[in-house]
Ligand binder design. Structure first.
Ligand code: 5GP
Length: 205
């Protein structure tokens, strides 16, 4: 482990939404989207910076845990650009019912014992209340991880309720809106949009 380098997140909280028509979004999704919050190019630029920073944290390959399923795209983009190898692991955690946190986290099909004595980096799509990350970090320490770090693509500071116990690397801070795309979904849809988009409230209300 080396000393952590951390740049400020890109702050998209006051960004205006771009019209969907100006972007390569599948026709059948367009009517459900309020607009594009972060075009894919902006996400890619920031992921490159994050990959460099996270790589600086390690002297030997960390156990890189992908929080399924929403973080898959970010995970792939991040670890491909890191300049050190990682040992991949995949963890499914559910904490939301619809668009709201259900106040508890369920972990599925993952043996936390693989973390024993390992440097663990937890790779998450989005931090909302912080509950999922708080519980995942706690379980990692309980399993005997040598170190635990968190990197999240997006963060909604307005919704924060729980301290996650470590200082995360954060890609982009976003407003308090339900977002989809870049492999984030609503009821299994919209993952295959390259950009981060805001869903029209009538779709989830
Ligand atoms: P938390 O435990 O921090 O309240 O919620 C984190 C989880 O909720 C994320 O891993 C993600 O699955 C889901 N989530 C939170 N906000 C959003 C959002 O705006 N869009 C989508 N698609 N999922 C979200």
């Amino acid at each position: 482990m080396k000393c952590t380098m951390r740049s400020d997140p890109l702050d998209a909280r006051n960004w205006s939404l771009c019209p969907v028509e100006q972007f390569d979004v599948k026709e059948s999704y367009r009517k459900d989207l309020a607009g594009i919050l972060i075009p894919s190019g902006k996400i890619e630029e920031r992921v490159k910076q994050l990959a460099y920073e996270v790589s600086q944290d390690y002297t030997k390959p960390p156990l890189a845990v992908c929080m399924m399923t929403g973080a898959l795209k970010f995970y792939g983009d991040l670890v491909m650009r890191m300049n050190i190898p990682v040992t991949p692991e995949y963890l499914t955690a559910t904490s939301q019912a619809g668009t709201e946190s259900k106040g508890k986290v369920d972990f599925h099909g993952f043996d936390f014992d693989v973390m024993k004595d390992q440097d663990v980096v937890i790779v998450e799509d989005i931090k909302d209340t912080g509950l999922t990350l708080r519980e995942t970090v706690n379980e990692s320490w309980k399993a005997g991880a040598a170190s635990v770090k968190v990197v999240t693509a997006f963060d909604k500071p307005a919704r924060k309720k729980h301290d996650i116990g470590v200082e995360p690397h954060i890609g982009i801070t976003i407003p308090d809106k339900y977002v989809v795309g870049y492999w984030l979904d609503f009821k299994g849809r919209y993952r295959d949009i390259a950009h981060l988009c805001v869903l029209k409230p009538e779709i989830f209300q």
